[in-house]
Design a protein around this ligand. Structure first.
Ligand code: TMP
Length: 211
């Protein structure tokens, strides 16, 4: 079993890459469970709505961080650890690194404090590999707006932050990846979905995650 996390700015193509990997795992008869943060449990989904909605009271930065961590603790206890213990692979759309990037980088909360709260919420559980789909902020904005025009959905509270916020988030992701190259894989999200999938498969096999 492996615990794989997908990270990146909104619109970076995490979902498509996860779908491609899911198909590969099905072909190889590897059992997996796909999940996401914030959310992944009934309580986590309620917390997700509280954080991301644009109407209603907005949390302050520290409250926002604690809400993400509350969702994470519930998710780790009720879903991620049990699934890994059952021998399943877990594919997770965002995890602790997002709190370092968005609340640490974006909201300027001290990184040490975010890491401390991450450790508490995860009970020390770490991803075997975090896959970062790196995308320039301008491209992320274009993709988000394109998706909004297609689906009619408006941006959530975090997506509507200024480009300067998203730039700090991007830089924090890149810094985290640089600091722990063994547990991070950085992909250029401007590549085609086919190329990204090939690069992911090659990296999983090089690192002995996929035989
Ligand atoms: P999603 O749109 O990828 O589902 O994620 C929801 C939003 O929440 C996204 O804009 C990133 C943000 N986020 C944080 O700010 N901190 C976190 O810890 C997580 C998991 C997500």
């Amino acid at each position: 079993m492996s615990f794989l996390v997908f990270e990146g700015l909104d619109g970076s193509g995490k979902s498509s890459l996860m779908v491609a990997l899911e198909k590969e795992l099905v072909n190889r008869a590897i059992s997996f469970y796909r999940t996401r943060e914030p959310g992944g449990t009934p309580l986590g989904d309620e917390i997700r709505n509280m954080i991301l909605r644009k109407e209603g009271p907005a949390p302050t930065s520290r409250t926002e961080l604690l809400l993400y961590e509350a969702s994470r603790a519930q998710h780790v206890d009720q879903v991620i650890r049990p699934k890994l213990e059952q021998g399943l692979w877990v594919l997770c759309d965002r995890f602790a690194a997002s709190s370092v990037a968005f609340q640490g980088g974006g909201r300027d909360i001290s990184e040490n404090e975010v890491v401390m709260l991450n450790d508490f919420a995860t009970g020390g559980l770490k991803a075997d590999l975090t896959i970062l789909l790196d995308l320039p902020v301008e491209e992320s904005r274009k993709r988000r707006q394109g998706r909004g025009a297609q689906t009619g959905e408006s941006e959530d509270r975090i997506e509507s932050e200024a480009d300067s916020f998203h730039e700090k988030v991007r830089q924090s992701f890149l810094k985290q990846a640089q600091q722990e190259p063994k547990s991070w894989l950085v992909l250029d999200a401007k590549e085609t979905p086919e190329t990204l999938f090939k690069q992911l498969l090659a990296a999983l096999s090089e690192r002995g995650i996929l035989k």
